[in-house]
Design a protein around this ligand. Structure first.
Ligand SMILES: Cc1cc2nc3c(=O)[nH]c(=O)nc-3n(C[C@H](O)[C@H](O)[C@H](O)COP(=O)(O)OP(=O)(O)OC[C@H]3O[C@@H](n4cnc5c(N)ncnc54)[C@H](O)[C@@H]3O)c2cc1C
Length: 501
């Protein structure tokens, strides 16, 4: 008979011992067998393991109550700094209204119950998110909300009516709703899968909403927001990433439409996309943006990256003599470059939102571990160097979150024209700052977790994943150095001529 106590619960391991992945002998250790093994258990396992083997529990210790609680789907964390200020008891915020809190609560539950289990499975096997998750996102209109405020929300029932028709109106639905959805979706510890959840639509649909002819716009909005079809944004090429003007994908005007020839690289969701929002060079050297439907002459091949083996649908796209009707050109008569550049601000803001939320959940992992791991006879958190790392993490993500909320508030208050003028540099600087902060946090987290921090299973599994995948945010939507440079070039233009030391 092999019994053990973990957190006041008694488990019979007799039948399980032979199957124990860490070997039977550790369970027979006199410090463990027949006694209280709570500390030893949590030095090696996550709480989920206890949940998974709950069938082995045969009783509880009389007069005692289990202290360690499993995560209840939808619940807030009680760990200090694991939630932003606006969700922490006793704190106040000028930004979030009651309906933001309502949205946050249902999103957390949806992410915990529906998205997280699917994400963990598909991130590992490198396959796209389940259609079941897409269907639920369509029913609740989550992807529609992630595209931002606008007319595309009119008449939609948001989150089963949790957000009322009035709250969905352009005067009430604001970028804080989007921020909430994206921060909640960033809690799944599956960075590639997170982009697999219609990342291409989030960045590829806004130009269609703003610049497509109404018939094309309405058809595509309907198809992609219902997740019957998928869309991606295809700007980058092997020869032109940061330098958008250097595009080589060619669009030739003929008497009955455009003919597209060229390639695109690292295009998110492209391997399963039905539509491509494509930036091309016309014969006169100007950039034109075309909506291209998958068909003859288009091929997509998966690209494996360190951030995703396939769940993001990252691909290489080739266009060989692809015919595109004239009515599929976005904003005909306007410079296509402006359409692409205007779209970048939203994309960069979305990436910044998720990279900041990512830092916070990694801090929570680290803080829990620093409190439970014993080294040299005391908890890891008793080491000043560890406390310093935790303090640095908190300072980084709290300052990023405060700046992000300020910029988001400006997005609520400014017109589109004012945002283009004032926020491009703000968003560029914040994205650069936030992704550098993420890299510092990842490095600190690996040190705190030791070998577990670079192991793809067990206690450090989320740290390993974060450290391996976070650089997508530092490169995608504009590389860090390029964004810093862009921001300073923009403010140099605003420098008053009379300003002198
Ligand atoms: C996984 C993944 C998914 C992506 N998804 C998409 C997508 O869906 N759609 C899409 O269109 N694109 C996508 N991209 C492309 C992404 O936006 C580009 O990789 C990015 O813009 C940088 O371009 P590049 O890789 O060609 O780097 P380059 O332009 O070749 O630059 C390389 C490096 O040189 C430096 N550099 C370049 N120019 C300057 C400068 N002016 N000042 C200072 N330093 C400079 C920077 O450090 C930069 O990182 C994706 C990329 C990846 C890796």
């Amino acid at each position: 008979m092999q019994w053990v106590i973990i957190d006041s619960r008694v488990y019979d391991l007799s039948s399980f011992a032979k199957l124990h992945p860490g070997g039977q002998s550790v369970l027979l250790d006199p410090e463990i067998a027949g006694g209280d093994a709570t500390e030893q258990f949590f030095a090696l396992h996550r709480t989920e393991v206890l949940d998974r083997y709950s069938r082995l529990q045969i009783g509880t210790i009389e007069g005692e109550e289990a202290q360690i609680k499993s995560h209840i789907p939808g619940s807030l964390s009680a760990v200090p700094y694991a939630e932003p200020n606006w969700l922490s008891p006793g704190f106040h915020s000028p930004y979030y209204k009651e309906h933001h809190h309502r949205l946050r609560a249902v999103m957390r539950k949806f992410v915990d119950e529906v998205v997280y289990p699917d994400a963990q499975k598909h991130e590992r096997d490198g396959t796209p998110p389940s259609q079941r998750v897409f269907d639920e996102m369509a029913r609740l209109n989550i992807t529609a909300m992630r595209v931002g405020p606008g007319k595309h929300l009119q008449g939609r029932v948001l989150m089963d009516g949790i957000i009322s028709v009035e709250e969905a109106s352009p005067s009430q639905f604001d970028p804080f709703h989007e921020l909430i959805i994206n921060q909640e979706l960033s809690r799944i510890h599956a960075r590639g899968y997170a982009d697999g959840l219609a990342g291409g639509t989030i960045i590829g649909l806004p130009p269609i909403i703003k610049f497509a002819q109404p018939a094309l716009r309405d058809k595509i909005v309907d198809e992609v927001l219902s997740h019957k079809k998928a869309l991606c944004l295809a700007v980058t090429e092997a020869f032109a990433g940061s330098d958008v003007q250097g595009l080589r994908c060619r669009a030739t005007r003929t008497k009955d439409g455009w003919i597209v020839n060229g390639t695109k690289k690292w295009i998110t969701n492209s391997t399963w996309a039905h539509y491509f929002t494509v930036a091309c060079k016309a014969d006169d050297g100007e950039i034109v943006v075309l909506v291209v439907e998958r068909g003859e002459g288009i091929e997509t091949k998966p690209i494996k990256t360190s951030y995703s083996s396939g769940s993001a649908g990252t691909g290489f796209v080739t266009f060989d003599n692809v015919h595109v009707p004239f009515e599929n050109q976005l904003g005909a008569g306007q410079p296509g470059l402006n359409i692409i550049l205007a779209n970048f601000n939203h994309e960069r803001w979305v990436l910044t939102v998720s990279t900041i939320a990512g830092q916070r959940i990694i801090f929570e992992e680290c803080f829990k571990w620093a409190a439970q791991r014993k080294v040299f006879g005391k908890p890891l958190a008793a080491q000043p160097v560890i406390r310093q790392k935790l303090a640095s993490m908190i300072s980084r993500f709290e300052s990023c979150q405060a700046w992000l909320e300020n910029i988001t508030f400006q997005m609520c208050a400014m017109s589109a024209k004012e945002q283009a003028k004032h926020l491009a540099s703000q968003i560029a600087f914040l994205k650069m700052h936030a992704t550098r902060a993420s890299q510092a946090t990842a490095a600190d987290a690996v040190q705190i977790f030791g070998g577990r921090g670079i192991t793809q299973s067990g206690l450090g599994t989320h740290i390993e994943h974060y450290h391996r995948t976070l650089l997508i945010d530092a490169v995608g939507g504009g590389a860090e150095d390029v964004l810093g440079d862009l921001g300073v070039r923009q403010i140099l233009r605003l420098m008053p001529r009379q300003a002198r030391l």
